[in-house]
Every structure is written in C-alpha cells, then in structure tokens.
Design a binder for this molecule. Structure first.
Ligand SMILES: Nc1nc2c(ncn2[C@@H]2O[C@H](COP(=O)(O)OP(=O)(O)OP(=O)(O)O)[C@@H](O)[C@H]2O)c(=O)[nH]1
Ligand SMILES: [Mg+2]
Length: 225
C-alpha cells in the first residue's frame, strides 16, 4: 500500500534516544515528552509497528527470532504538525525460552515502567490477529487498569499481521478482540502498511492529542462541554 499524500501525523524526524535494562536506569535517561508505549507478546510485531509508524525501516531492530528486544528502548518522534512524542518499545513477553529469572527481571522492568512513569500517556497493546487476546495480554490490561487508577493512561489494542488473515474474517476478528479487551481495536500490517493512518489517529486520540480531544478540552475549560 503506497501513500501519495502527506499527513499531519507523519513522522518527519525520529531518533533513538536511550534504553533502560533495569528500573534504576530510568534516573539516567535523558528524555522528555509524552510517551506512547508499545507492549505485547514476543514476535507480535512491536518493533515493526514502530518502524512503520516512524516511516523508518531501520529505526528499531526487527527479528524473526522471538525475544529480540530485551530492554526498553526510547525514540523521539516529531510529526509534520509539530507534535513531539516519545515512542517506547517494550520487550515482548510470553517467550518460553527465557529463564525464570529473566522473566521475573522482565516483569519488574515493564511493570515498574507502566505503573510509575509519569510521562506515559498511552499504552498500545499489540495482539497477533491470528491468535487473539491471550492470558498474558489480559493480565497486562488488568495490571494497567489497576495500577493507573489515579494517573490513567489511554489504552489501544492493535491487531497485527492482518495481511495474514482472510479479508472476510477481519471484521469479526477485530470485533472479538474489542469484546475481549474492552478497549478500541484497530487492525494493522507492517507488510502492507494497512492501518497506518487509523493507528496514528487512534494513538493520538487515546493519548489526548487528537483535534477532537483538544477541542473538547478547550470547551471544558470554558465550561461549554
Ligand atoms: N506478515 C507480517 N509479518 C510481520 C508483521 N509485523 C512483523 N512481522 C514479522 O514478525 C517478526 C517479529 O517482528 P518484530 O517487529 O521484531 O516483533 P517484536 O514484537 O518487536 O518482537 P520482540 O522484540 O521479540 O518482542 C519479524 O519477522 C517481522 O518481519 C506484519 O504486519 N505482517
Ligand atoms: Mg522488538
């Protein structure tokens, strides 16, 4: 799918700014801006989605071997309309070949980040459209809902690899995911770029950056809403 038009959400400048491998590293991280975190099972397509959203093929390392991303990686991204975001690539979970201690280190790193990070505005949970929502995914959604009660963040589910499912099954797959997760769901493929604009709009919306959200916020301040 090729795009000929420029969109306000297109990223015109993106770069890697740092990584953390353990919670204590957060103190040394020099990054400011609203953060959008990408989470999901190993191999679901998190790093590929970030590359596609940033329109940079090699910004983030992608691998056919699960467990490729092992630390939390931070990327600054400036959109054509000047919105500055920080895209955060989280290591994948559910990778059976990891040792028990590695898995508990992962849980500590990710949970600490999702629970405490004050600059986090939204979580994008990636789910393979062929597998649906699994136990680990539901646990993550529940964890975020419970731990961010006083500092809520937007949540969006992205069903990845939709190029691998039959077109006739797409609508029912997305509807089932929406029902199971209780949050908005969008289909996406980094192979065909299907969903590129919708996912950017969805992210901006749940993070409170969409034009509609900005308008509503302005009206609320003026007491019109
Ligand atoms: N067909 C298809 N393959 C995809 C898509 N997105 C990612 N892949 C492939 O899936 C594999 C894993 O992609 P990654 O982006 O590295 O996945 P990840 O979620 O970052 O994986 P970890 O870092 O291990 O957690 C790679 O071989 C990608 O080329 C997609 O939309 N369609
Ligand atoms: Mg990755």
């Amino acid at each position: 799918m090729t795009r000929s038009v420029s969109l306000p959400c297109d990223i015109i400048d993106a770069e890697f700014v740092g990584a953390i491998a353990r919670p204590a590293d957060e103190a040394t991280l020099q990054v400011t801006g609203a953060e959008i975190a990408f989470a999901g099972r190993s191999n679901v397509g998190k790093s590929s989605l970030i590359n596609t959203l940033a329109s940079r093929r090699g910004l983030v390392r992608v691998s056919a071997t699960p467990g490729c991303t092992r630390q939390i990686n931070f990327f600054t991204a400036r959109a054509r309309d000047n919105l500055n975001l920080v895209l955060v690539d989280l290591p994948g979970y559910g990778f059976a070949k990891r040792s028990k201690s590695e898995r508990s280190e992962w849980a500590e790193l990710i949970e600490n980040y999702l629970k405490k990070r004050s600059s986090l505005r939204a979580l994008v949970l990636l789910v393979d459209s062929r597998r649906g929502l699994e136990e680990d995914d539901l646990e993550l959604l529940t964890f975020v809902a419970q731990t961010r009660k006083s500092t809520p963040i937007g949540v969006l589910v992205v069903a990845t690899k939709v190029d691998k499912i039959q077109a006739s099954k797409k609508a029912s797959t997305l509807a089932a995911l929406k029902k199971a997760s209780g949050v908005p769901v969008l289909g996406f493929s980094s192979e065909t770029r299907e969903g590129y604009e919708a996912v950017w709009r969805g992210i901006r919306h749940v993070a409170g950056f969409s034009a509609e959200a900005a308008e509503l916020a302005a009206k609320t301040v003026q007491g019109e809403a």
